[in-house]
Design a protein around this ligand. Structure first.
Ligand code: SD4
Length: 321
């Protein structure tokens, strides 16, 4: 049954869902709810794949991507390749509220954040250091490079096994580490809609790599006249199809949210049958849906729904197709 207000988020990130729901219930706006929900994941390092201390890149550094979108004004704030700042979605919101820009990246985004009063700190932890040093000690596969001879890749040492840097190793890595972005949509009774994401990207990514999460229409999209959506999964592939935008546009045309999510996944599946990814969405009447691609390590996708029916976050799941 549909009901508003409503918060839906990717994966079983219950504490993030609870933070967003209690924010809405205590009079916060949908933007506050999305920001606080995603920030909870950043602070708790949800699955090691959101926030500091996860997914070291080829240099061993953790960098963050995040975005937030106001479906009333269509304003967006986003940061990508953010360094040294833990609260990426907070910085994304500051971009939205204190600049005329949409997306700030890299070192300059970090300087912006520091100037806005965000604390600069090392995003490495014992965990991220050990993931990185294990990779260096092991076969040190450049998982996300293709068509390169070993020679230019000095950082990995002399040994590189056959097949390193092929899509095969990439698919294994994306799945094996169960890399899980938080994507969240929130809707209130007055028709306000917001969406957001936060992630630390992919482990051993090429430095400078930005995924789908901070890209409008890819990682998330919100339009108070239609609904909102957020995606998770292999961002390098998914961002080519703007799945969140597609789901929202389908809902605008009257498609049921589950079908809208399925169509967005199908569009990607046609080109990349085994891609790892899922999407959630909700329309302005409070109906929601989710869909995921059946991949070697993804049969079922779990997500959280919070509305007045339970007055608390409830774990839902959908079978991948
Ligand atoms: C990315 N989409 O950076 C993110 C990762 C993710 O589930 O969502 N994994 O590609």
């Amino acid at each position: 049954r549909a009901s508003l207000p409503l918060v839906v988020n990717t994966w079983p990130f219950k504490s993030a869902a609870a933070a967003a729901w209690s924010c809405l219930q205590s009079g916060g706006s949908v933007l506050d709810a999305v920001e606080q929900g995603c920030a909870r994941c950043e602070a708790e390092q949800c699955d090691g794949s959101v926030g500091f201390g996860g997914s070291p890149d080829e240099n061993g550094e953790t960098t963050l991507d995040a975005m937030i979108m106001n479906g009333n004004t269509m304003e967006v704030g986003a940061v990508a390749d953010l360094k040294r700042i833990k609260n990426a979605i907070g910085v994304a919101r500051a971009v939205m509220e204190h600049t005329d820009h949409t997306l700030l990246v890299g070192e300059s985004a970090s300087v912006f954040a520091e100037n806005m009063g965000f604390v600069a700190e090392d995003l490495s932890t014992n965990t991220s250091v050990s993931i990185f040093s294990q990779w260096l000690r092991g076969n040190c596969q450049p998982n996300y490079r293709k068509n390169v001879s070993p020679d230019p890749l000095k950082f990995c040492g002399p040994y590189r096994p056959e097949g390193a840097g092929t899509r095969g190793s990439r698919a294994r890595l994306v799945n094996a580490l169960s890399h899980d972005t938080i994507g969240m949509v929130a809707l209130d009774q007055d028709g306000h809609v917001a969406a957001g994401t936060s992630t630390n990207g992919l482990t051993h990514k090429v430095p400078g790599r930005v995924g789908d999460s901070p890209i409008v229409g890819a990682g998330a999209y919100a339009d108070s006249s239609a609904g909102a959506a957020a995606a998770t999964g292999d961002g390098d592939l998914m961002m080519r199809f703007l799945p969140s935008y597609l789901a929202v546009e389908l809902m605008r045309a009257g498609t049921d949210p589950s079908e809208a999510c399925k169509t967005a996944i199908s569009r990607i599946k046609k080109h990349y049958p085994d891609f790892f990814g899922a999407i959630i969405c909700a329309n302005t009447t409070g109906h929601y849906g989710a869909a995921c691609n059946k991949a070697p390590t993804l049969n079922q996708f779990h997500f959280m729904v919070s509305n007045l029916e339970s007055n608390a976050p409830v774990l839902k799941s959908v079978d991948c197709f």
